[in-house]
Write a protein that binds this ligand. Sequence first.
Ligand code: BGC
Length: 417
Amino acid sequence: MKWNERKAKDAIAVFSFGPEEIVAASEVFRSEMEKGVAGDKSSTLNPLPSFLGLPTGDEQGDFIALDFGGTNVRAERVRLFGGGQYERSACMAKPLIIPGRYNHANGGETAQGLFGFIAEIVDAVIGGDHETPYYLGHTFSFPAVQESPDDAKLLSWTKELAVPDVEGQWINERLSEAMQARGLTNVRPTAILNDTVAVMLAAAYQWDDVAIGSIYATGFNACYLEKFGGEKTPMVMNLEAGNFGWFDQNEYDAALDQASEKPGEQVLEKMVSGRYVGALFSRAFGDILGETFPAVTGEDIFHIIRGDDEGLLQRMAKGSLTEDQVRESIALAEAIVRRSARIAAAVYAGILRHVGNDGGRNIAVEGSFFMHMSMARATLHEALKELLGDEAEKVKVWQVTGGASLGAALAAAMNGK
Ligand code: BGC
């Protein structure tokens, strides 16, 4: 394996996202979201109404919260006390994929198999109780159209999920059928919402002035409260920001996109989220060494940047790297994460500009990638200053945990159940 110095320099350079690009990305994002909200079909963004406003903080009751994201399925019991107080208990979670054992996410799974797996987790969290009536709130982390908070129709899988015959289906209806098949007729799904919306509701239940709810994890996305003006009731809008396609893809972005389940879709997400940054690194690192490597994970990137897994780089390069080459490999991982955080900042600043000063200025973010990657957080803050100037001082970025569950319970409570 031979390190190509010129390629290393070029690879680091192609992941830069400079001052002009970040301003342009943010402005175009704002204008596209405004077009999309106004119903202009030529917009590259398709904002999806949640049919939910913000909670009052007084919501109360006991709920089952189901969180179906890109990596795990989790069910919890959540008790809302009002006054922004709540308690989570009895958690049951399983990954969608355990390599070598099962895979509930790929093209070999059936819709029935997937919903059966989810129903099994719900059954476990209530200890097999098929008598007591339960209301369930469902955080469903994929683009879906809604006509009410009751149900959502999946538009398109993202994050490499590929289970056939689920796109175009009403998700809570399929879930109800699977639960009935297990004898869980006592559990009623009463609300469904995107994970960004769940984070926004969870944050607004506890704190004031929340402007944006966002997930920065396996996937990336953001939502905000659209006031509409006039007679229309304000509503949280899921922007599906990960599908923003304005960017020039570099050669690694383009190759990753082509090899993905959905080429051409989720262009921003493939440059930003934890599901893809490791794959981008492996492609560029492989190009420098004239090799092909399997994708490393977002967590691997975290360790590479912290410098505590030099072994991983050497294992990939069969021990051939000099100290300088290790340093350049770390710089490559940093360039990928820096670009990711700068693009996230462009999205947030675009939304804040749209929202204006009328309302909150704070950003509630949940996600393992964001939580663990201190470099992404620091870069995000810097980039927000670059984009918003002095205004950035008024913007706080809050890290939320458990937002998917709390938000699901709140949505069920707000939907009058
Ligand atoms: C989905 C969004 C979701 C985000 C974060 C994206 O792939 O399209 O609906 O909010 O991931 O989980």
